[in-house]
Design a protein around this ligand. Structure first.
Ligand code: NAD
Length: 365
């Protein structure tokens, strides 16, 4: 196969993937001078501009980077839709080692590509990027969120994320036990990072019995210095007798290995992509009589926070908006139970219904 034929075949593959996942536009950006290799995925702009962070990662192949940007940008569409925001779903990836290959020139070149989309895509921080990097991107485009507070940005989103997760946990408790009080409930928080620690603050205040695990001693130390919590072994967290398991570390912790071990009634936490396989593991949780609060719904406080930047940021308003997660979680869980589907499927339905309804009003003059 010569190069021309090969390229054509690959392009057909990308379009097929976009069609399968429902993407509107995928933009490939490269710049020899700075070494920039980036892909911007715009999944859906029915509700508004596609907002989602930029991830810089040392992908093994361009195909892997493409798959990541397609999956992540699609996820943002549903997260913003269910959060009631007028935002579409987008995400960008920069291929490379963020510790070695990142430079002011590369980031500013990326900013120029973002600017060229005229606001259709708005970027933010993600893995491998920090607020300083956002400042460089901001030198070339105004379509950036997640800027530091001293630049008029919204700063660290994790207090708002954690508050939304707390609302989601309470709503799930209300659905299952008829009361949203968490007093005396045994709750295991996996990951005492940004979201985990703010969440623990709310749980402790409500006199829950909080158990915590982390793989880093310094994170645990920081946590136990502030809160009366019990430290548990990170490897055994799934085997504990507990009422609620709150994953606040990495994704994929609900899988074939862990679900059979869980002895809790509720899974509700801040981590993204908790279900290793959405369909299979969502169903496995139902079979084990465990109620699952969909992650992209209850951790949407982060995007709610960043959204505030578009119209003049105010932390109090962001917190108030995150409170709506309580009601939506209850509606989603009730709907899943009535329809006999997983809570993840019900949450996706809510998001898709909102997109479909707004698409119709967009057609009217
Ligand atoms: P973070 O890096 O501050 O915290 C994650 C913590 O998890 C770290 O302390 C890490 O040591 C720990 N950890 C990693 N693997 C572990 C394991 N196997 N067992 C126990 N602990 C482990 O990250 P964060 O900002 O708190 O985000 C946590 C999760 O929430 C991530 O999945 C993130 O994508 C998601 N999330 C965060 C936000 C936000 O506002 N920060 C918003 C939405 C979703």
């Amino acid at each position: 196969m010569d190069t021309a034929t090969k390229t054509a075949t690959e392009i057909t593959g990308v379009l097929t993937d976009m069609n399968r996942m429902g993407h509107e536009q995928v933009v490939f950006c490269q710049d020899e001078a700075t070494g920039l290799k980036s892909i911007i995925g715009i999944h859906n702009t029915v509700l508004g501009p596609a907002l989602g962070g930029t991830r810089m990662w040392h992908y093994n192949s361009e195909a892997e980077a493409l798959e990541d940007v397609l999956r992540l940008s699609r996820g943002m569409t549903f997260k913003s839709a269910i959060a009631g925001l007028n935002l579409g779903g987008g995400k960008a990836v920069i291929i490379g080692d963020s510790r070695k290959q990142k430079s002011e020139a590369l980031l500013r070149r990326f900013g120029k590509f973002v600017e060229s989309l005229g606001g259709k895509y708005i970027t933010a921080e993600d893995v491998g990027m920090g607020t300083r990097d956002m400042e460089y991107i901001h030198m070339e485009t105004t379509h950036v969120t997640g800027l530091p507070e001293y630049m008029g940005g919204s700063g660290d989103p994790s207090p708002v994320t954690a508050y939304g997760v707390y609302m989601g946990i309470k709503a799930t408790a209300k659905y299952l036990w008829g009361s949203d009080s968490l007093k005396g409930k045994k709750i295991a928080v996996q990951g005492t990072g940004h979201v985990g620690q703010y969440l623990i603050g709310h749980l402790v205040k409500e006199e829950a019995q909080v158990m915590v695990a982390d793989i880093f001693e310094d994170r645990l130390k920081e946590c136990i210095e502030q809160y009366p919590v019990e430290v548990v072994d990170a490897n055994n967290i799934y085997d504990l007798e507990m009422d609620i398991y709150a994953p606040c570390a990495l994704g994929g912790t609900l899988n074939d290995n862990t679900i059979p071990r869980l002895k809790c009634a509720i899974v509700a936490g801040g981590a993204n992509n908790q279900l290793k396989n959405e369909l299979v593991h969502g169903r496995q949780l139902i079979e084990r009589n465990i109620v699952y609060a969909p992650d992209f719904l209850i951790n949407s406080g982060g995007i709610i926070n960043v959204y505030g930047e578009l119209s003049g940021y105010d932390r109090k308003t962001a917190m108030q908006k995150a409170e709506f997660i309580y009601e939506v979680t209850r509606e989603v869980l009730n709907s899943a139970s009535i329809q006999g589907i997983t809570s993840q499927e019900a949450a996706m339905q809510f998001a898709q219904n909102r997109i479909n309804a707004i698409a119709k009003i967009n057609q009217t003059r």
